[in-house]
Every structure is written in C-alpha cells, then in structure tokens.
Design a protein around this ligand. Structure first.
Ligand SMILES: Cc1cc2nc3c(=O)[nH]c(=O)nc-3n(C[C@H](O)[C@H](O)[C@H](O)COP(=O)(O)O)c2cc1C
Length: 187
C-alpha cells in the first residue's frame, strides 16, 4: 500500500493551495495511492519553543502521528515574502519534538507544490522549504516540484488546471512521489 499524506500550509477557505492539495489528492488516488488529506487548522498549536519539548500538546502528537503514519507527503504551500507561512513551520517544528529525537521526516519522501497569483508561482518558497525539509527534518524531497503561476486563473474550482505547463509539472511531481515511495517499499 502506498500511503500518502496531503496537506497545505494555507488557512483561508478560498485558498488556492488548498485547491492544489485537493487536486493532488484526487490525482494520487487515481494512481492507486491511499491518500489522507488533512488541514493544519485541525491541529491548533501555540508558538513552538524549547520549553514545549518535554510535554508537547496533544495536537503536536496528532500531527506527528499523521506524518509518521505515511510513507510519502505532498505539501502545497503559499509563498509569504519568498518563504513558507509560519503555521506550516510551526506545525512541523512541534512534530519534530514528538519523534523521540529522530529527524522529524526521516525516511519520508516529500513532494512540494505552490500556488500563487504571481508569475513565479511560488517557486522561491519551494526552494526554501526544500532546503529546510532536507537539512532540518531529514526528508528526501524529490526534484520535481509543482509551482502554479497565476493560480487565481489557472486553478478552477472544479479541479481542472487551465495552464498546461503547470498541469504537466504537477503530474510529473506526483508520479515521481508514488514511484519513489514504491521503490523504498521494495528495499
Ligand atoms: C504576508 C504575505 C506575503 C506574500 N508574499 C508573497 C510572495 O513573496 N510571493 C508570492 O508569489 N505571493 C505572495 N503573497 C501572495 C500569496 O501568494 C497569495 O495570497 C496566495 O493566494 C496565498 O495562498 P492561498 O491562496 O493558498 O492562501 C503573499 C501574501 C501574504 C499574505
């Protein structure tokens, strides 16, 4: 079974990245993966700091359990001033304190997408988040990434992607994610 967790770093009901996450969920299921889609809003957490380490809140353990219970992860992230939104890093940092000292995403294959109304499609946050997940969390982040420029026009509510280049990049990203997870299951 190819178990993949999907979530976005977005909070708005009308979020473009939540829409991208929903598209990824649909497409991964069509590839035969077993997908769980979660919302970070279901894990309300205070600001993380060292004092939280001895006794992380139940929501931190629940989010970490969701991460650890899957082999692959797809994250659709907004770009805020070239970087990731605080809710995303806060949740990941909390989860890293619930993993018995092991890297928070050790052994996980991670794929990244970003939807933005800008012409760059959130490409800068993808490079920043990739570096953090690899160096700080021990994840294997696949090279194929899925930026969606002009996402306010490209991502329709019915789940179609109007921009062909974005649709191709997302397809390549999801296919590699599934392939890498399967490869590791054979090892
Ligand atoms: C504080 C803030 C900073 C932003 N900085 C960027 C940016 O650096 N690059 C970009 O493409 N969009 C930027 N945006 C615009 C977001 O891409 C846009 O709000 C997007 O719709 C957010 O994702 P969402 O629709 O999933 O909420 C920024 C938005 C906010 C609120």
């Amino acid at each position: 079974m190819t178990r993949i967790l999907v979530f976005s770093g977005a909070t708005r009901p009308a979020s473009l990245n939540r829409r991208l996450a929903a598209i990824a969920t649909r497409d991964l299921r069509a590839m035969g993966a077993t997908v769980t889609e979660i919302s970070l809003l279901d894990f309300p957490l205070p600001f993380v700091d060292e004092d939280g380490r001895p006794n992380p809140p139940q929501e931190a353990h629940a989010f970490n359990a969701a991460l650890q219970g899957h082999d692959g992860i797809f994250i659709a992230t907004p770009e805020y001033n070239s970087g990731y939104p605080p809710i995303l890093k806060n949740a990941l940092d909390w989860a890293s304190m619930c993993n018995g000292g092991k890297p928070g995403l050790g052994g996980k294959v991670v794929a990244l997408g970003a939807a933005s109304p800008s012409p760059r499609g959130g490409y800068r946050v993808l490079t920043q988040l990739r570096s953090t997940l690899e160096l700080g969390f021990g994840a294997l982040v696949i090279p194929e990434m899925a930026p969606v420029p002009f996402a306010n026009k490209a991502l329709a509510e019915d789940g179609t992607i109007a921009d062909e280049a974005s649709a191709k990049m997302l397809a390549a990203c999801l296919q590699r994610l599934v392939a890498e997870v399967k490869l590791r299951q054979k090892d």
